[in-house]
Design a protein. Structure first.
Length: 105
């Protein structure tokens, strides 16, 4: 069983110094739908050290996925994971935003 956890926890998402992985982004439930998430992402995207931004979102988190798509993120991979499925969280979408408009596929 530990080998399965090791595979999940050691996967490489960022492949170069020009890519930024966003590990966590949250807006308080009472403050959602006010443009705060969009402003946070736009602020992050101003960092000129990076050309691509990558994040993961659960398939059941429709509001977050919609926000990311509205800002310009595209799904580059859809991962199904037995642990996530069994826990009722669904699958994982890996999403990417590119400052030059080119999305990896």
């Amino acid at each position: 069983m530990f080998w399965q956890i090791d595979i999940i926890m050691t996967k490489v998402i960022v492949k170069s110094e020009k890519e930024c992985y966003i590990d966590f982004l949250a807006v308080d439930k009472d403050a959602r739908k006010r443009g705060i998430g969009k402003r946070l992402l736009n602020h992050i995207h101003k960092d000129d050290r990076y050309e691509k931004y990558i994040l993961e979102v659960l398939s059941k988190n429709i509001g977050a996925k919609n926000l990311y798509e509205k800002v310009g993120y595209k799904v580059i991979k859809h991962e199904k994971n037995i642990f996530m499925t069994l826990s009722g969280k669904g699958s994982i979408f890996i999403m990417e935003y590119s400052t030059d408009g080119n999305i990896s596929m």
